[in-house]
Design a protein around this ligand. Structure first.
Ligand code: CA
Length: 246
């Protein structure tokens, strides 16, 4: 690993393809996580969030193109996560986020299979530059193909843009589908109404946060009442919503 990689990192621009590159941000510090997510989104990536070790493993196993991995995660720490994923034969690039320079020796020395690291405090621009460099190095643009996310009886087929329960299409409208996908892709993470509005309806949407509530009500009706799925869409009072399996 060339740590003083002096190669020039030029922004690639926000070509449409970047939107299909899923970057998992595994970080329990909410401020840092949201900062990275914000910058990744702005640069055209599709960020996925995880705030603890278990959620990170789950999200990584569902398939992401790159993992930004905090070492000090609650539950399962970053070292263990990197080892586990490599042991399972998952080869996505991993960039370690660490607060301590004395951890760097372990990151480099312990054959974690990490591709790079950044030491906190870092600038989000620095992190994104590393992400781009690594993706370019690993020849990203390789087709990752649409994913199918599975949670028990619920299945979300990104190729068909379809949510199914027991293999049957639930018949969601496009916004309902997008809302569900956003929540499921961030399973276990509470997303604010504001965040959901931005991600599902876009920054320039005029409506207010009740729009989110209306769509959530319909989603619940379809999944939990019509298809008798155990409660998986949770209200986080005074904040927003969270998907987690019963
Ligand atoms: Ca941490």
């Amino acid at each position: 690993m060339n740590l003083s990689d002096g190669r020039e990192v030029r922004p690639m621009g926000t070509d449409a393809d970047m939107g299909s590159i899923r970057v998992l941000v595994a970080e329990d510090d909410r401020a840092i996580r949201e900062l990275l997510v914000h910058h990744l989104e702005r640069d055209g990536f599709t960020p996925v969030e995880a705030a603890d070790g278990q959620a990170t493993l789950r999200a990584a196993r569902e398939g992401v193109d790159l993992l930004l991995l905090d070492i000090g995660l609650p539950g399962v720490d970053g070292f263990e996560i990197a080892r586990t994923l490599r042991r399972e034969g998952r080869g996505m690039p991993i960039v370690i986020l660490t607060a301590r320079t004395d951890e760097v020796d372990r990151v480099v020395g312990f054959e974690l299979g990490a591709d790079d690291y950044v030491v906190k405090p870092f600038s989000p621009r620095e992190v994104i530059a590393r992400v781009r460099a690594i993706l370019r190095r690993s020849g990203m643009k390789q087709e990752t193909g649409p994913q199918t996310l599975r949670f028990g009886r619920l299945e979300i087929d990104e190729g068909a843009r379809e949510a199914r329960v027991d293999g049957r299409d639930v018949g969601l409208k496009p916004r309902e589908y997008a809302l569900l996908l956003t929540l499921v892709a961030n399973a276990g993470v509470a997303l604010s109404r504001d965040t959901l509005l931005e991600r599902v309806w876009g920054y320039d949407f005029d409506g207010d946060e009740r729009t989110v509530d209306v769509h959530m009500r319909r989603l619940r009706m379809r999944l939990e009442e019509e298809h008798r799925l155990a409660t998986c869409l949770h209200t986080v009072h005074g904040f927003g919503y969270k998907f987690s399996q019963a």
